[in-house]
Design a protein around this ligand. Structure first.
Ligand code: 5GP
Ligand code: MN
Length: 329
C-alpha cells in the first residue's frame, strides 16, 4: 500500500487549526531550513494560544541560535499526549533520529518536506520538491492559517529560504521563491541583522578549519570531481567542531570545471558522514541513495559505517562512474 504523499497544505492547516498540543520535529543535525521553518511555525501556533514546542535531540548550531526564542526543547514530557506531531524538512523516518517513537505517538502525525527522495512516514504527508525550501511550504501553510505576518515569523522563513537556495544561487530558486522572499521583507524583516547572524558571526576556529581542510582538497575525474576530508585531528588542530564544516562542500563546487564535490566528515573512527554537491547535470541524490542516504538532486548526503579512508575510495569510485555517464552541454 503506497501512502499518499501529496496532501494539500490547506488540509494540514485545518488539522493544525483543530489541535492545541503540538510537537514540531526538525531533522537531526538541523540546518537553517529545518530550524527556521520550525521556529516560524512554532511562533504562529503559539500566537493562536496553542502549546507548541520544537522537539530536538542534538544541539542548535551557533549560527542559528538567534532563531530559538525558547521554542526548542529536549524534554519530550512537556507535552504528554501530543495531538499533533509535525515533521519538517525530513525526507524519511531516519531523519527523525531517536525521536521516531515519540513522533509516532502523535494522535495525528504530519510531514512537510521538499526533498526529491521522500518516503512517507506520517498519517498526512505533503512532499513537493518543486519548492526550494521547506520554509516556502510553511510560508504557504501560514498564509492558509491566516497566521500573523510579522518580522519575527519572517525571520525563520527567510533563513530557511536563503540557506537552502545558497542565497538564491542554486537551481532550485524559482520566481515563486523570490516572490515569497520579497513578501517576507514586506513583513518587516531586519535583513541586515539576519545576514550578520547567519553568515558574519563565525567563530575564528571555524574559518581556520575551512582553510585547513580546503588546503588538502583533491581533484579527480579530470577535474570534474573534488573531495576533501575533515578528520578528528583537524578539529583538534583548529579548535573547531564537526558542525562547523557547513559550506566546505559548496566551496569545492565553486572551483571551475568541478561538477561534483564531496566532503567527508570523520564522525567516529568507523562512522563517516558525507555531503555531496552537484553543479549542473550531476545528480547527487542518486549517488547518496546508493549508500543508503538521500537528499536533493544537487545537495545530498549519506552516512557510511566505514573509516574515512575506505569511504573516500568508495565515494570517489561512485562519483567517477556517475560523471562518466553524464553529458555536458
Ligand atoms: P548536508 O550535506 O548539508 O548535510 O545535506 C544535504 C542534503 O542531503 C540535505 O537536504 C539532507 O537532508 C540530505 N542528507 C544529508 N545526509 C543525509 C543522510 O544521511 N540521509 C539522507 N536521507 N539524507 C541526507
Ligand atoms: Mn530543506
Amino acid at each position: 500500500l503506497k501512502m499518499e504523499t501529496k496532501n494539500s497544505l490547506k488540509k494540514i492547516a485545518s488539522i493544525l487549526n483543530e489541535g492545541d498540543n503540538i510537537f514540531i520535529f526538525p531533522h537531526i543535525m538541523m540546518d537553517g531550513d529545518a530550524l527556521g521553518s520550525s521556529a516560524a511555525l512554532c511562533r504562529v501556533l503559539r500566537s493562536f494560544g496553542k502549546r507548541a514546542w520544537i522537539l530536538i535531540e542534538d544541539s542548535v548550531p551557533d549560527y542559528l541560535k538567534f532563531l530559538d526564542e525558547d521554542f526548542c526543547t529536549y524534554d519530550d514530557t512537556l507535552i504528554r499526549d501530543p495531538e499533533i506531531c509535525i515533521a519538517i524538512d525530513c525526507s524519511d523516518l531516519e531523519r527523525l533520529g531517536k525521536r521516531g517513537g515519540i513522533f509516532a505517538n502523535g494522535r495525528t502525525s504530519i510531514s512537510i518536506d521538499h526533498h526529491a527522495t521522500f518516503e512517507a512516514f506520517a498519517h498526512v504527508n505533503c512532499n513537493d520538491s518543486s519548492f526550494a525550501s521547506s520554509a516556502e511550504m510553511v510560508y504557504e501553510l501560514i498564509l492558509e492559517m491566516n497566521g500573523p505576518a510579522t518580522a519575527e515569523v519572517a525571520e525563520g522563513l527567510y533563513t530557511g529560504i536563503i540557506t537552502d537556495t545558497g542565497n538564491f544561487q542554486y537551481s532550485n530558486t524559482t520566481a515563486m521563491t523570490l516572490r515569497r522572499a520579497s513578501a517576507l521583507l514586506d513583513w518587516g524583516l531586519d535583513h541586515q541583522r539576519l545576514i550578520v547572524e547567519i553568515y558574519q558571526s563565525m567563530r575564528p576556529e571555524r574559518v581556520k578549519l575551512n582553510g585547513r581542510a580546503l588546503w588538502e582538497m583533491e581533484l579527480f575525474s579530470e577535474g570534474k570531481g573534488a573531495i576533501v576530508s575533515v578528520t578528528r585531528s583537524m578539529l583538534a588542530e583548529t579548535g573547531a567542531v564537526m558542525e562547523e564544516t557547513e559550506g566546505i562542500s559548496e566551496a569545492l563546487r565553486n572551483i571551475k570545471g568541478v561538477e561534483i564535490s564531496v566532503l567527508l566528515k570523520e564522525w567516529e573512527p568507523k562512522l563517516t558522514r558525507v555531503s555531496l554537491r552537484a553543479k549542473t547535470v550531476g545528480n547527487v541524490a542518486h549517488i547518496a541513495r546508493a549508500f543508503g542516504g538521500g537528499g536533493h538532486v544537487k545537495a545530498a548526503g549519506c552516512t557510511l559505517e566505514k573509516s574515512i579512508e575506505e569511504s573516500k575510495e568508495l565515494l570517489k569510485a561512485a562519483i567517477e562512474e556517475h560523471i562518466k555517464g553524464l553529458t555536458f552541454q
